[in-house]
Structures are given as C-alpha cells and as structure tokens.
Design a protein around this ligand. Structure first.
Ligand code: FES
Ligand SMILES: [Fe+2]
Length: 331
C-alpha cells in the first residue's frame, strides 16, 4: 500500500486542541483534513466544530463570529446557526432559512483535550477516545499534577504521516540511535484488538534477560517499562514508569491538508515522584529527536527489515490498514 496525503483519508479520532484553548464563548478558526472549520464553546459548555463559512453569503464565522444562547452568530448580517447546523435566526425576517445548514462535525472532549472524528465514508464514531490516565496499569492509584501550559506542546507545519508515528511502537532499535539508550527495549506483552494496539516494552538488562517471571508468566512489575496504547492512528498514550515515577505522554498526529500535519503532545507527571518541572523537561526530551527523523522520512512498502523486526512491523501495518478509506474499517 502507498500512503497518500499524509492521512487525509484516515478514519479515527484526531486531536485538534486542548480544552483550555476554548473558554465558554470562545470562537476560533481551525483547519484540519483540508477543511476550513470553526471551533466554538457554547453557553452550555459544550465544544463544537462546524464548517467555517456562513451559508448566507459566506462570511467566516471564525473571524468575528459570536456565541449566543442559540448558537453562533455571524458577524456579517447576524444570522445565527445552532449546534446541529440549522439556521435559527435571521434578525430582519420572522422565520429562519430552513433549507441551509452548516456542516457539523462529531467532536469529543476528554483528557483535557479536544478531538475530531474523521471518516471518509461519513460514518458516526466506531469507537471512543481512551482515558489517558487509565490507559496503563502503571496509572492505577496514581495522582498526577494538574496539566499546565508547559504540559501541552503543539508542533505545526510537519510532514509526518500518523502511521509513521504509530510504527514507533514496534521499532525497538531506533531507541539506541535516536534516543541514546544503551540497548534496545524488549517487548514484554502485546494485545491487538479492533482499533486498539497495546504493548509493553522493558528497558535494560533485567528485562532483556528475564522478560518473563520464573514461573513463565508475564511479569507484573513495571519499573523501566513503557506501556504503549494506540487508538486508531490518531491517538496514542505512552505510560512510562521510570525510577522517578510515572509519566504519561500522549502523542497525537492530525492531518491538516495534503502534505501537512500537526502533532499535539500532552505530558502528565505523577505527584508521588515530586520534582514536577525537572521531570516535565525530561519527559519532553525524546520527541524532537523522533521528529527530526519523521519529518524527512519516506514510506517504504514493503520495508527491508532485519529478521527479528519482521513480525512486529508486519503486524503493525496489517493493523494500520483498517483505518484507510476503502479498507475494512473496524468493527
Ligand atoms: S454572511 Fe453570515 S449573516 Fe450574512
Ligand atoms: Fe522514538
């Protein structure tokens, strides 16, 4: 398979911002999946994404549109559009225009983040956005520092296909070269089901030599491991247990248009380990190194793999194929 348009044809949830970007009444222009959109938060607190252009005479609702109790009001002639896209008020006529609608997108708000559902076939969501702080077993009974501006980093104007980022999950040997780890990690467990990819890898000699317990069962201890969760190709959660504590890193790639993507990263640091600022800075070190590679990488299919890489990459690409238009998308 060839990858086209850096993921414009993908089905799934894709991050388009954070909850903190939109206070009640805020309106902002957005552009994702090659579409001009407007994002706004209603007086009821709900976040919405709709087509940006007023269906009266085409003014941008994202530039000067205002939120009212009834919906979003256009700055040009005051027409008001409701959350379902219908026109509900024309200030100089006693009835609205029932024939015209604004396109309305399905969105989700979770993990203090905003997500857009995209499906080339127009279906409603086929799965839910996972809870980032419940995604890894490491997170159980952990408390995290509240998210602040430092915990939210957006990379724009990238040339990174979402699948390239997901393939990181099966790419053990880049760690030594890109991230300077002394050895490559060991895969401890892997579960692949429907739109979800979950695996756990361990770092260091202890995991390499004893990936399983003495009874042959999967080890339940977690120091020096990373749990990797993918929910489609747009949303990922890495739960990392280091000597300092647990950190949760979400890395989400979103198509903007043909040839351009953005990556939203969110960092949660657990309280028990203390040292928030230092650990946040450390958590942020790895991604720019990956980006330096991904941003100039091309997609080779089939790739020329070393023998031990074959199984993981084949499984990952088979799993990934379900999210493309024209493929058999889950369920
Ligand atoms: S263009 Fe929006 S009300 Fe006229
Ligand atoms: Fe990496």
């Amino acid at each position: 398979m060839q990858l086209h348009g850096l993921g414009l044809d993908l089905t799934g949830w894709f991050q388009i911002g954070w909850s903190a970007d939109f206070e009640v009444g805020d309106v902002l222009p957005l552009r994702y999946f090659g579409q001009d959109l407007v994002g706004w938060r209603g007086h009821d607190g709900a976040f919405r994404v709709q087509g940006r252009f007023c269906q009266h005479l085409g003014a941008s609702l994202g530039h000067g549109g205002t939120v009212t109790d009834a919906g979003i009001q256009c700055p040009f002639h005051g027409w008001t559009w409701a959350a379902d896209g219908s026109n509900v008020a024309i200030p100089y006529q006693d009835r609205p225009n029932k024939a015209r609608k604004l396109a309305t997108w399905t969105v989700a708000e979770a993990n203090e983040s905003l997500y857009l559902w995209h499906d080339a076939a127009g279906r409603p969501p086929l799965w839910e956005v996972p809870d980032s702080l419940a995604a890894g077993v490491h997170c159980e009974r952990r408390e995290f520092y509240p998210l602040d501006d430092g915990g939210r980093v957006r990379f724009t104007d990238l040339r990174v296909h979402p699948q390239m980022v997901a393939e990181n999950a099966v790419d053990a040997h880049h760690f030594r070269f890109v991230h300077g780890t002394p050895t490559s990690p060991t895969v401890i467990e892997e579960r692949v089901e429907g739109p979800t990819w979950w695996s756990r890898v361990g770092f260091g000699r202890g995991w390499k030599e004893h990936p399983r317990g003495p009874d042959g069962a999967v080890r339940t201890d977690s120091l020096n491991t990373i749990e990797i969760l993918w929910s489609g190709l747009g949303v990922s959660v890495n739960t990392e247990h280091t000597r300092d504590g647990v950190r949760v890193i979400s890395v989400n790639t979103t198509p903007v248009e043909d040839g351009t993507t953005e990556i939203f990263t969110t960092y949660w640091i657990d309280r028990a380990g203390g040292g928030y600022e230092r650990r946040l800075d450390e958590a942020k070190l790895a991604l720019p190194d990956d980006l330096a590679i991904w941003n100039h990488q091309t997609y080779i299919d089939p790739p020329g793999l070393a023998t031990e890489e074959g199984r993981g990459f084949r499984q990952m690409r088979r799993w990934a194929s379900q999210f493309y238009a024209g493929e058999n998308v889950v369920p």
